[in-house]
Design a protein. Structure first.
Length: 112
């Protein structure tokens, strides 16, 4: 009986951890913003990705401020967007998400 309780407790803990670590996805948005910085890198699997940082206006308790937000490009979008540099405008349809407590976007489609 004790073994069963320990196994059940471990299983419940694992399920809760997986639920907490899964990024929460929200709605899709259109981004049309000036790129502040561009970082090209390779992930642990050898796939290239690009991280764009753009400024976003936010409002908290009636106070407006600007915050940098990451926009990630993967797979076929990397080649399409490889010519974009600091100061260029990025136009894309993106999925809004939260990763490690911070808001970010993943590019779904590049717009002309």
């Amino acid at each position: 009986m004790r073994k069963f309780r320990v196994t059940l407790t471990v299983m419940v803990a694992l399920i809760l951890m997986v639920m907490m670590l899964t990024p929460a996805f929200s709605s899709d948005v259109i981004i049309n913003a000036k790129v502040q910085s561009v970082t090209k890198a390779v992930d642990k699997n050898g796939n290239t990705y690009i991280r764009f940082i753009v400024n976003e206006t936010r409002k908290l308790q009636g106070t407006e401020y600007t915050a940098g937000v990451a926009i990630m490009a993967f797979r076929e979008h990397v080649e399409q967007l490889s010519s974009i540099s600091d100061g260029d405008t990025l136009k894309a349809i993106c999925a809004e998400r939260e990763y490690k407590g911070k808001k970010s976007y993943t590019i779904l489609k590049v717009l002309p």
